[in-house]
Design a protein around this ligand. Structure first.
Ligand code: GLN
Length: 556
């Protein structure tokens, strides 16, 4: 079994997760079986209780674990299917140690960071070390070298290397090599100091991944090599990608990273086959057409808050040879009506969310999409909002609402599950993880999925209230997917609309490059058709003007 540890230096947000995931892509392309895991030094037990401003999206796994969004990169970039064992936080480590202490498992000993905390960390690496399943374990350590919280993790890795032998381990340090304009120079000092910090604790990186805006010339590489005690060919340049994050594996490959890592680990592997990946990237970079999609949500300025959704749109668009111009709209700005904000879009997507803020704006956007025949995709809260909108404006149930927004509503079309009513604690207390959905035959959903049984990931408390089913169905609101026993609504659609789909689950957690999720693919195809019809009706489809984050457009 071989191990790769990925640490980060100088600053956070260097894209360590993406780098680790991209190395996973490359090793898989070399026929190795890879698994990734993430260690997060913060004290939260999981990121499920952090808000998206703090932490970006919460990525949900099959087993219901609420994890760091880097696990999303891991699953999208590789074939591994992760579980709660693949994300460890300091909160979990200390919870484990303290529970053991209370049980008396330490037999009267003083409980300490070394060895008790570091033992728990090492156990988590070993847990994944199943030679029947994997050849390589890639472990990413969150945070930045030098953080107090990160120390036990680094120390655990030091001990671990001693136990498994250095020939089985590669330490990869992702660092920043900043360009100082005034001096016209790339600066190596921050990296030198960050590596010095690592070596102080006893870790010597074998590979430096240098994030920089400019190419690293020979002198810079030499300097980094000498001061950081890393072979010159192991100083890898990772420049900011021009178009899409999916270029990262290709650029790392052209820098020789995968060959280098295999050499260091003494793994004999064939050259990687990256043709499919390259094809996907080509589609993302130069599509033959573009489509404008509105996302109406709450965290429009936080790029990471709806990460998996944006990625799923990219995957679906690429499969239709099309690029996406995102129009990000703050739901609160639509509270008094949508005015002309949705006039120029070919599709409307409402993401998941919590709480009443922005709800009325989302309802208004949904109404506009329904009345104007604009393709609509509502995810989780988005489906609940679509239900409320239809109940109010089509069925005349004026005060229809979710009990999440108004707990005393006379018409709770969305309400709590019986078993959720007594639950007070917030952490990991929702309906979480993968559940099967039975698709109703002869629905749009059946056509989109091409089958009648699917499994999808959930993260919610509230549900469609089946008491309203018949009344709404009579007006054209179809429950097109349910839990196998038929009690929970999982999918809805409208009879008289080209593409109006809402799902109680989160399809965005199961979309990959070259394997777009059917609901997203159907949505983009419908948006393209709508746009083509729109052109005939002389609705202008112009270049994006309203995207608050240029990278999202570039990401297409
Ligand atoms: N707040 C809603 C619920 O708890 C929707 C959750 C979500 O969109 N993930 O049911």
């Amino acid at each position: 079994m071989k191990y790769i540890f990925v640490t980060g230096g100088v600053v956070s947000s260097l894209g360590k997760g993406l780098t680790a995931a991209s190395l996973g892509t490359l090793l898989e392309a070399r026929s190795l079986r890879v698994v990734l895991q993430k260690f997060d030094p913060y004290l939260n037990v999981d990121p499920g209780t952090m808000n998206p401003f703090q932490h970006g999206e919460v990525y949900v796994l099959n087993d219901g674990a609420e994890t760091d969004l880097d696990l999303g990169h891991y699953e999208r970039f590789t074939n591994c299917v992760l579980t709660r064992h693949n994300n460890l936080t300091s909160g979990q480590v200390y919870e484990t140690v303290i529970l053991k202490e209370r049980r008396g498992d330490y037999l009267g000993k003083t409980v300490q960071v070394i060895p008790h905390v570091t033992d728990v960390i090492k156990d988590r690496i070993r847990e994944l070390s199943d030679a029947n399943k994997y050849d390589v374990v890639i472990t990413e350590i969150g945070g930045t070298t030098g953080d107090i919280e990160g120390l036990p993790f680094i120390e655990a890795i030091r001990q671990f290397i001693l136990e498994v032998g250095p020939e089985n381990v590669v330490n990869m340090h992702v660092t920043l090599v900043p360009y100082i304009k005034a001096a016209h120079e790339l600066k190596t000092k921050p990296t030198q100091q960050s590596v010095a910090k690592l070596r102080e604790i006893g870790l010597q990186p074998q590979v430096l991944i240098c994030r920089s805006e400019k190419p690293l010339d020979r002198d810079v590489r030499r300097k980094l090599s000498m001061f950081c005690n890393v072979a010159e060919k192991a100083v890898i340049e990772e420049r900011d990608v021009e178009h899409t994050i999916y270029e990262v594996p290709l650029t790392l490959h052209s820098e020789g990273l995968d060959q280098l890592v295999c050499d260091l680990l003494q793994l004999k592997t064939p050259a990687p086959d990256l043709r499919d990946w390259q094809k996907f990237v080509d589609c993302v970079i130069s599509p033959s057409k573009r489509v404008k999609i509105a996302v109406v949500g709450k965290y429009m300025d936080v790029r990471d808050a709806y990460k998996s959704i944006y990625e799923s749109l990219t995957h679906a668009a690429a499969s239709e040879d099309c690029g996406i111009d995102l129009k990000l709209i703050d739901a609160e700005s639509l509270a008094d009506g949508v005015d002309n904000q949705l006039e120029d879009v070919a599709g409307v997507l409402i993401p998941g969310g919590f709480g009443v803020r922005g709800a009325e704006g989302k309802i208004n956007a949904t109404r506009y999409a329904r009345e104007h025949g604009i393709p609509f995709l509502g995810l989780c809260l988005g489906m609940q909002v679509a239900t409320i909108e239809f109940a109010r404006n089509v069925c005349g149930i004026r005060e229809a609402n979710s009990t999440e927004f108004d707990k005393d509503t006379p018409d709770p079309v969305i309400s709590l599950l019986e078993e959720q009513r007594g639950v007070r604690k917030k952490g990991a207390s929702m309906r979480l993880g993968t559940w099967p959905t039975k698709i109703v035959p002869d629905t749009l959903a059946e056509k989109i999925y091409g089958g009648t049984e699917v499994t999808e990931r959930h993260r919610h408390r509230y549900e469609f209230n089946m008491k309203y089913r018949d009344r709404m169905n009579a007006k054209g609101f179809v429950i097109s997917g349910t839990s196998p026993d038929g009690t929970l609504a999982e999918l809805i659609e409208l009879r008289d609309h080209p593409y109006f789909v809402g799902c109680q689950y989160h399809p965005e957690f199961q979309s990959k490059p070259n394997k777009p999720h059917p609901l997203f693919k159907g949505f983009i195809a419908a948006a393209l058709a709508n746009q083509a019809g729109g052109k005939k009706r002389n609705v202008a489809v112009e270049a994006p003007t309203s995207v608050s984050d240029p990278e999202l457009v570039l990401q297409r």
